[in-house]
Design a protein around this ligand. Structure first.
Ligand code: NAD
Ligand code: DAU
Length: 365
């Protein structure tokens, strides 16, 4: 009898938010397989450790034997595939790991899922789902007046990360059309919230500002992203898992388009308010315009009307409420920040930022 769900990459940022939200909403048993790369952190999941309905397995999704064995042993009714290399800057300096995990890993998982699915009973087959968690970056970049990305926007990935995710989406689509595996793809915009590793814009700015380090804004800082609080992304994934149509794609986004400079200024204003005795106030004095990211996409925006009208999904947080909660979370979790910002993280900061010449100090919105 099938029961529970298997998720990949559950020790990462969105995966761990998903697990906590899943149990908070009374979800079925859950098996989390994660390789624990630099981005995986079991500290995110201490509150669910020891639950009888939660199992953690350290493992690589490229390991076909491991993945097939987990499906046979636990017989999940769904797979939710989060595991990936996810940082664009790292994909520029070292694309190999992205091709391996995001393409080969997804292929391995699809093959194992197909073998497992083919042996299910007819009733079990109607319930099984393979939910592939993907990104809006597969659609490329938008000009200022272009309409937002919708599910029919042609793929046009620009970074090695985006190209690897686009490849994985194409594999998932092909496994539905060719082998009848009941897959669904979601393409989501930029997430932020608790547990995000401070290599990404918002937690990097919070953690740097708290310690008086420069806030490196790439290029003119006028690139636009569409921000979504991670818990709202998780709500969308639950809705898609429950009610989404197989073979479909759903775009997920918060309708919160902001330039990077606006985001950084808002983070600084929140820190000025929440840390009134900081020696670095006003925190905007730490902003530095630095050399741009190669191939930097100018603008992302998501049209989430399909998800909203078909599945009744709505985001609970505005950018203002979500960002305040996020900054408060980082302030309240200094120990978590300390654990993730030592050692290898410092090497990454040196590698990514030391050769980026400072173009100018400050920056207006
Ligand atoms: P993350 O980098 O924080 O976490 C990735 C997790 O995958 C880590 O726990 C890592 O240990 C694990 N992992 C990596 N390689 C693995 C492998 N070979 N086998 C098993 N586990 C492995 O990423 P995230 O930000 O939580 O993103 C999760 C998913 O959501 C990714 O697929 C990403 O493309 C997608 N996504 C992210 C965003 C965003 O803004 N962060 C937006 C849209 C979509
Ligand atoms: O759009 C969804 C994608 O969002 C996800 O698929 C990716 O996994 C996730 O990393 C994110 O990609 P981005 O490249 O948009 O996120 P990042 O936080 O790296 O950067 C956000 C913007 O901020 C981007 O325009 C680059 C800029 N930036 C980033 C960093 C780390 C800076 O200006 N300075 C920085 O130091």
């Amino acid at each position: 009898m099938m029961d529970g769900i298997l998720i990949t990459g559950g020790a990462g940022f969105i995966g761990s938010n998903f697990i906590l939200e899943w149990f908070a909403h009374g979800g079925a048993p859950l098996i989390n397989v994660d390789k624990l790369t630099y981005a995986g952190n079991l500290e995110n999941l201490t509150s669910v450790e020891g639950r009888s309905d939660y199992i953690f397995v350290q493992g690589d999704i490229c390991d076909a034997e491991l993945v097939a064995g987990l499906l046979q042993q636990y017989r999940p009714q769904a797979i939710i595939h989060f595991a990936a290399e996810s940082h664009v800057d790292r994909s520029i300096s070292g694309p190999e790991a992205f091709l391996r995990t995001n393409i080969d890993g997804t292929f391995t998982l699809l093959q194992a899922a197909r073998t497992y699915y083919d042996a299910l009973s007819a009733e079990e087959k109607t319930r099984f789902r393979f939910l592939h968690v993907s990104t809006d970056e597969v659609y490329g970049t938008l000009a200022p007046d272009d309409p937002a990305f919708h599910e029919e926007t042609p793929y046009s990935p620009n970074s090695p990360y985006a190209a690897s995710k686009a490849s994985s989406d194409h594999l998932v689509r092909a496994w539905f059309h060719t082998y009848g595996l009941p897959t669904i793809i979601t393409n989501c915009s930029n997430n932020y919230g608790p547990f995000q590793f401070p290599e990404k814009l918002i937690p990097l700015m919070i953690t740097h500002a708290l310690t008086g380090r420069p806030l490196p804004v790439y290029g003119d800082g006028l690139q636009i992203r569409d921000w979504l609080f991670a818990a709202d992304h998780c709500g969308a994934l639950r809705a898609v898992l429950e009610r989404g149509r197989v073979g479909e794609t759903y775009n997920v986004g918060g309708g919160n388009q902001r330039s990077n400079l606006e985001v950084v200024h808002t983070v600084c204003a929140l820190l000025d308010e929440l840390v009134p005795d900081s020696p670095y106030r006003p925190h905007t004095q730490l902003i530095r315009s630095v050399q741009d990211r190669p191939g930097h996409d100018r603008r992302y925006a998501i049209d989430a009307r399909k998800l909203e009208s078909e599945l009744g999904w709505r985001a609970n947080e505005s950018f203002e409420t979500g960002l305040r909660k996020t900054v408060e979370w980082y302030l309240a979790h200094a120990e978590w920040v300390e654990h993730v910002t030592t050692g290898a993280y410092q090497q990454w900061v040196t590698q990514n930022y030391s050769d980026r010449s400072v173009v100018s100090a400050g920056g207006s919105q």
